[in-house]
Design a protein around this ligand. Sequence first.
Ligand SMILES: *[C@@H]1O[C@H](CO)[C@@H](O)[C@H](O)[C@H]1NC(C)=O
Ligand SMILES: *[C@@H]1O[C@H](CO)[C@@H](O)[C@H](O)[C@H]1NC(C)=O
Ligand SMILES: *[C@@H]1O[C@H](CO)[C@@H](O)[C@H](O)[C@H]1NC(C)=O
Length: 387
Amino acid sequence: MLFNYSSIAIIILSQIIQTLTLLEDAKLFFTDLSSKYGHPAEKYDVTTEDGYILTLYRLPGKSKLPVLLMHGLFSTADSWILRGNTSLPITLANSGYDVWIGNCRGNTYSRKHIHISPNSRKFWNFTFHELAIYDLRAVIDKVLKETGAKKLNAIGHSLGNTIFYVLGSTVPEYNEKLNLLIALSPICYLHNVPSPVKNILDLAPFFKELRKQNYVDKVFGPGLIKQLLEKICANPVYGYIICVETLLFPLTGFNREELGPDFLPILISHFPSSSSLKNLLHLAQVYNRRKFAKYDYGFSKNFLLYNSTKPPLYDLGKVKMRIALISAKNDRLSTLKDVEILRGRLTNIVSDLVMPLDKFNHVDYIWGERTNLYLHPYILSELKMYS
Ligand SMILES: *[C@@H]1O[C@H](CO)[C@@H](O)[C@H](O)[C@H]1NC(C)=O
Ligand SMILES: *[C@@H]1O[C@H](CO)[C@@H](O)[C@H](O)[C@H]1NC(C)=O
Ligand SMILES: *[C@@H]1O[C@H](CO)[C@@H](O)[C@H](O)[C@H]1NC(C)=O
């Protein structure tokens, strides 16, 4: 009996400690979090060819091949580390990897430019095309320069994969700089997204008009909507129902088991971060035109920019880097059907895993409570196999 009481007490106590840790982490950002979990981060500034200044983090380690993590849409480097001790960067660093974590233009850590103000329209004139050919390229070069390595391993989540396909097809010599890309929730084609993802993408003409009229350039920048969202989501009674069950899960897939109410305070203080509206419009074009192609500016401007009235396709045949695909049945943004199309076009897939858990969704790769059990061992074995 006594034994039972004390074990219950220990469980309750550890629950309380866990909750307090999550509440504390809600106020911490990348370098504080990485230090707290045993790996003080180094911070680098990377200036792209077109003048954007990006923040790049490093958790130094002994591995010869560095590992670069690239976040998805509306995310930052923080998204990778929100699960603290059981997060991917900490797991990799604990295993001796030299871990680098990028931030794309427009997010909280990379809202800087050598002469363009983030308040100007010009700053937000980019899509995932620019994230690939400027940001990703500059980040890869910086990692290789600092480490002296010839190649690196990369792990991308969501749009953090798309940029590798764009770079590999547009600037083919970058294929040589990648030893292996591990693609978590690979997004490329969007033919089969279910509603309400579909319905949001169908609103593209409306958003395009807003952009044209100069009303909106960025999404989730600091401002009223973001503040309102934070207020609502912080509510202990209805925050989880509104923000996670009503807003997030319909887009990413329902899975309460991996993302419970206790995680919401830390999530909402780090996500979503800003990106351009044009980025979203470009994704909507991929969905609407059913083509993985450059941005469609319309007939005459296309002709000026591309020497063709239609935007040129990204040629996935030119993406020669080794790729490990990891997809999931309950991922509503990267559906199995769309991954199937991608699988048919990529030429160097070295492994291909569909997560064995039925409920595993789009965000469980980075935020799932037990991703360290389900996913990280696989990632570690892939890295080992190709190193
Ligand atoms: C994280 O793990 C390390 C090593 O296992 C441990 O020393 C530390 O206390 C843990 N930190 C937290 C906050 O759980
Ligand atoms: C955005 O970029 C496009 C393509 O390079 C260019 O034609 C357009 O004028 C730019 N718009 C702004 C507001 O900078
Ligand atoms: C434009 O495209 C046409 C036909 O598609 C081609 O003949 C021409 O060389 C191209 N011009 C340039 C400048 O690339």
